[in-house]
Design a protein around this ligand. Structure first.
Ligand SMILES: CC(C)(COP(=O)(O)OP(=O)(O)OC[C@H]1O[C@@H](n2cnc3c(N)ncnc32)[C@H](O)[C@@H]1OP(=O)(O)O)[C@@H](O)C(=O)NCCC(=O)NCCS
Length: 172
């Protein structure tokens, strides 16, 4: 599969919102309550991304091919302090039919390199414990660090933090 990774821009907000909502709806059935998934509002996500991309508040990269943007990753300073970690992968989502072709790895390595260039040394990511993506992060070398319970759509869900203690593990 031919694709390219580049920094996201405010003009990508609609495509990013579409990827996020579509990917939530294919990833989380059986994990997150159906009603919550049905009510996801792409327009609200579009406004959110337009605002944040315009403000340049965090790193965001998109994966695109001849058909357009099909995936994205965001990250930056860790949001909730965890000892030995300074940066966080906030979110990574690909359209279902573009998964398992290397774009997730390419996005993660790009984010890790960019975080390193910004002076960060390590990275954490939170994933719902039932999400198969936990296997992806582990394949890329992350180790389980912390567990907590979060509420989504009224359900209590186990959430797992996985971490790379050294970004050199991802970008030697
Ligand atoms: C998770 C996700 C970003 C991974 O990206 P991807 O492009 O599908 O993964 P890649 O093709 O880059 O895979 C890289 C490696 O991880 C492995 N891998 C991918 N998904 C895996 C999984 N669920 N379990 C175990 N290994 C996995 C691949 O086999 C590959 O291994 P290799 O080193 O042998 O080649 C993508 O599948 C996705 O968007 N999933 C739905 C949304 C989601 O869950 N996001 C994360 C929220 S926390």
């Amino acid at each position: 599969m031919d694709f390219a990774i580049r920094a996201g821009a405010p003009e990508d907000a609609a495509a990013i919102a579409h990827v996020q909502v579509s990917s939530w709806r294919t990833t989380y059935p059986g994990i997150v309550p159906d009603a919550y998934l049905a009510e996801l509002d792409e327009e609200r996500f579009r406004q959110h991304w337009r605002q944040h991309l315009s403000a340049g508040e965090f790193l965001l990269f998109v994966a695109e091919d001849a058909h357009g943007v099909f995936g994205f990753i965001t990250g930056g300073k860790i949001r909730e302090g965890i000892k030995s970690y300074d940066a966080e992968l906030y979110a990574i989502y690909l359209l279902a039919d573009r998964q398992a072709h290397g774009a997730g790895r390419a996005l993660t390595l790009t984010l890790a390199a960019s975080l390193r260039a910004a002076g960060f040394t390590s990275m954490i990511v939170w994933a719902l414990e039932q999400n198969p993506a936990v296997g992806f992060y582990r394949r890329l070398g992350a180790i389980p660090v912390l567990r907590k319970t979060i509420q989504i759509g009224g359900a209590d869900l186990p959430d797992l933090a996985l971490g790379w203690t050294d970004l050199h593990l991802l970008v030697p």
